[in-house]
Design a protein around this ligand. Sequence first.
Ligand code: ZN
Length: 366
Amino acid sequence: MSRLGVSAAQVGRQVVRGDVDIDGNRITAVGVLPAGRGGIAVPGFIDLQVNGFGGVDFLNADVESYRRAGDALLSTGVTSYQPTLVSSPEKVLHEAIDTVAAAATRTHPRILGVHLEGPFIDPAFKGAHDERYIVAPDIAYADRLCSSGRVTTMTIAPEQPGGGELLDRLVRRGVIVSIGHSGADATAAHSAFNRGARWVTHLHNAQRRFAARDPGIAGVAMTRADVTIGVIADLVHLSRETVLLAFLAAPGRISLVTDAIAAAPSSTGEFFLGDRTVIVSSGAARLADGTLAGSLLSMDLAVRNLVELGIPWPRAVRAATEVPARLFGRPELGTLRPGTPADIVVLDDELRVARTIAAGQVAWAA
Ligand code: ZN
């Protein structure tokens, strides 16, 4: 057994004063007195949308690259993630999915599964996706992509012809369906959520705009208690006010994602997102035509950005932990309680990552 030496721990919605004990890969006690002085323990961050990190692009990665990306993610407090693959040729997707399966044998950070962002999206809202690889909803193709069992989330445009049937199929397969890169209006969005879609991919980005009498996906998602909303809080994809508005409208339902690319967290120059060249400068990643192409965000910075906007830190942390864990169906990964996995981030007074503990082991320390 070991003791973390922290002064407090986030346990569900409460911050409990006292230290944390772990034994093996489990937490055995919280609120242990006397409290330590070495920061605050919060659950390990969960990133359900990340295209690459630490110089690694997941569409082009081998198993060794996943090790490097994983170490870089651990340094930002991420202990669980879904590698995210944008619309690409089928062969490339199959190879990338197979690589995830091989990489997932490593213990930490946990690879929860694959998030396929596309290829069944609306070309009119393609964002940085390559239009050549976007296809109409195709159940046979989706079945082939999902046949390995590694695909856990898929972003689709449900309003496309055949999109409803595709959605039904994915829900039956147990895949989390997210609406994104989509022109769905409010009626189509309600219909998709009623059929089992549960998430929104990067709120307000690459989707039909919110308007007074046409609130679209964003307006519907913010009003429905059964929908979780992905937000890129890099303050590039969304303005400060837009991020705050989402938190005010949908408390407890915002899941932070980084949508990071290989250049994250801190490189500049030219990088790849699949086979597309992305130019990184001034804190943004863009295609040559200026379209935003993922982010340079890290999860710890996303949390600090929220706090800087005035959101209390425990709520900001929950958007990176409890909310995505619940959406993913692994609530035990999003809280610190006796019996839950010892995936823990120790934050200092400025909410910087001091230590990351994954499956009970110190996986990174400042
Ligand atoms: Zn996207």
